[in-house]
Design a protein around this ligand. Structure first.
Ligand code: FNR
Length: 372
């Protein structure tokens, strides 16, 4: 199957006109079963589809006469300074689509001043990634069955220079995607969770009558105490990813989290959850203007980035476009994709008269009646 797929290019393809074009082009570079796993959501893809559609319900109003002399996309977040708000979401197993996997993504993040969020389930180790390139980097943590394995991951990440821990809480149970199942997707033997290779997770087998799903959830979701302990003992900021409800956001803020990421995991968690964009403004409202809030799920263009910021995000994460551009042209492709998104964002800022991200945050979007 895979020998029908094109090998990654070592140049930027001339036929890419916008960041989103990498999605269509990637179909020639990614085997069909792997593409089904990446592109699909959980269940019937209902949430996955609505994530992208939600952006079309909002319009930006053109403004003229603005002074854009010192216009820029810079921001300060959790004590770090960034040139722009377009970060790379934690995405597992990147060597599924390119032999260099996360190593190339790290090079692209460094070259484009982006921040890379490295997944617990990366296909090369977090240390190798940190050695390959030196972008701003945060480590995404999945709690492990044994508490000592979780602590070991955190210690390794901090020792390797990761500047924040991002705890993903919306994936304690794997929600299967029907598209991936039908395509027969299975992780190839050559692709492994490199950070976890020395661990021996012994998930207890559920006793008769016990639900396998609830049992699995208990093994992989931290208790409130475990989360609180991580937050209070961590030497770096702890951010929580996968927040979709204002009350959860308030509870996490009260618990001492340094920030939250509004996300439905790109439609890969609860199928039937609302579009991530549709809950964003209420969550921002619930936690106040100054609490760090990032957003992901469904972003395919710079105008999507603009709209997420206007509805309350400080910065955004890019998931699937990362894998698509990585499959087409490795580090060069990912860097090109981020550069295009940034230019698309700057174009929107110029034409809406926004000289800064703060100005975008102060901008009201117009609801569209038809969705277009
Ligand atoms: C993900 N995502 C994810 N999130 C996370 O916290 N840890 C992980 O290991 C992964 N792995 C992963 C693999 C694949 C193939 C995809 C598509 C996504 C979710 C990711 O961080 C992000 O929330 C979404 O991808 C954002 O939606 P878009 O940009 O893909 O629409």
């Amino acid at each position: 199957k895979s020998n029908k797929n094109r090998a990654p290019l070592d140049y930027i393809p001339p036929d890419i006109a916008c960041a989103a074009d990498y999605e269509a082009l990637a179909q020639a570079f990614i085997p069909a079963d792997i593409l089904a796993y990446i592109a699909g959501g959980s269940g019937h893809d209902i949430t996955q589809r609505s994530n992208q559609a939600a952006f079309q319900h909002w319009a930006m109003t053109p403004r003229i006469l603005a002074d854009l002399k010192d216009a820029n996309t810079a921001l300060q977040l959790l004590g770090q300074r960034f040139q722009h708000p377009i970060f790379m979401a934690p995405v597992a197993y990147q060597s599924l689509v390119h032999p260099q996997g996360e190593l190339d993504t790290a090079r692209a993040a460094e070259a484009t001043d982006s921040c890379m969020l490295t997944s617990t389930l990366s296909s090369v180790t977090l240390e190798q990634i940190a050695t390959r390139a030196d972008p701003a980097r945060w480590f995404q943590l999945y709690f492990q069955t044994r508490p000592e394995d979780t602590s070991a991951l955190v210690h390794r990440a901090i020792a390797a220079g990761y500047q924040a821990i991002v705890v993903t809480l919306d994936a304690a149970v794997q929600a299967p995607g029907i598209r991936a199942i039908r395509a027969g997707f299975q992780l190839p033997d050559s692709v492994k969770a490199a950070n976890l290779i020395h661990q021996h997770p012994d998930v207890p087998i559920p006793r008769n009558g016990q639900s396998a799903i609830f049992n699995h959830y208990r093994q992989h979701a931290p208790s409130l105490q475990q989360l609180q302990q991580l937050i209070s003992e961590s030497q770096v900021p702890v951010i929580i990813k996968g927040v979709m409800h204002p009350e959860d956001a308030q509870q996490l803020k009260a618990l001492g989290a340094a920030g939250i990421i509004v996300s439905n995991h790109g439609g890969r968690s609860l199928d039937g959850a609302p579009a991530s964009l549709s809950v964003l403004a209420d969550i921002r409202q619930a936690i106040g203007d100054d609490f760090p809030l990032l957003f992901d799920s469904g972003i395919r263009s710079g105008s999507d980035v603009f709209k997420a910021i206007a509805l309350g995000a400080d910065a955004v994460l890019i998931g699937r476009l990362q894998l698509y551009s990585l499959s087409v042209a490795g580090a060069l492709g990912v860097a090109h994709m981020i550069k295009l998104l940034r230019e698309e964002l700057e174009l929107c800022m110029a034409m809406t008269g926004c000289a800064s991200l703060a100005a975008i945050r102060a901008t009201a979007l117009q609801p569209t009646l038809s969705g277009y």
